[in-house]
Ligand binder design. Sequence first.
Ligand code: AMP
Length: 289
Amino acid sequence: MEVIRTPAAMTAWSRAERAGGRSLALVPTMGCLHAGHLSLMAAVRERADRLAVSIFVNPVQFGPDEDFATYPRTFEADCQAAEEAGVDVIFAPEAAAIYPPGFQTMIRVKDLSQGLCGASRPGHFDGVATVVAKLFNIIRPQLAVFGEKDFQQLAVIRTMARDLDFGVEIVGHPIVREDDGLAMSSRNRYLSPAERQAALCLYQALESARRQAAEGERDCGRIIARLSAAIAAEPGVRLEYLKIVNDADLRELKKLTDSALLMMAARIGRTRLIDNGYLFPERDILQNS
Ligand code: AMP
């Protein structure tokens, strides 16, 4: 496995692979790799001749009061895990190589970037879209995989790739969870044991919503009120948003449809976590079949 640090060397590597007739899949990450990331790699390993993973904690997608400086960086362990997962190349550039002096171009996917996480993290999805566009241009993969854990991000990237004719197939991958249901996240390592326990309220809310839907409840307002009350009762948890949206455009729904998606973000102590899922989980099966 190669580790490449500069955009020029990455582009040269990828160009040589293409010249040899080999296809390339990309898994963009911020490192601190866990089983969720490895599952993304496994999902596309057989779909392309070469597998590239980028590891880049992208400064422009963090707000001034967010955890850019303290975001966990575990590069040595990441390289080992990636090698074991059959990765061919890691692209791990310095921030100055991605944003050299004079950099001033940002990509904005207008509507999709506004609500949900975009409301509390202004500019976040512009930072995400911009860095992913740069990764696509530097690496030129045929396909790239993104987790449904960050459902809004996946929607933003799909739209950007389509609107700007990147010609990169965007593959979505289901959320990978711990045994007790907590969605895997690099930020879970910030949680104290008590916070780790409290964080389960997000998955429990999703399960409760699914039960209500299965029992015939169709009114989104009533479901949201019940879930919000349950989360509010959890000590140390502050709900940021909890919404039921349509999966295609992420607009809020009043009545459940078969594409209804519960999306939530909460602070568990100082740690911000997100989770989501379809209210009718058979949708997951349909989507991924
Ligand atoms: P990150 O390193 O957090 O930027 O994540 C890199 C990619 O892995 C993104 O496409 C995430 O959506 C995806 N990802 C992170 N955690 C999970 C998870 N628990 N299940 C599925 N995908 C995930």
